[in-house]
Design a protein around this ligand. Sequence first.
Ligand SMILES: [Zn+2]
Length: 76
Amino acid sequence: MYLRLLLIALAVWAAVMAVRALRARGPARREPRRRLPEGERMVRCARCGTFVPESRAVRAGGETYCSDEHAETCGG
Ligand SMILES: [Zn+2]
């Protein structure tokens, strides 16, 4: 019987729509997570205290600096 199939289809459609409506306004909304640099560690400049990514840091004399200028120990 077409009528029964139609009713079943209608019931399924209604259920799907209900679930969608519940999900749309439900509290389980996913928050977009901020992407951090992959495993990037922040190091502190020994002179000015600025934090810089480890890959960009300059190392001199066992210390870490933010730039070449700060890495120079004899600089003024
Ligand atoms: Zn610095």
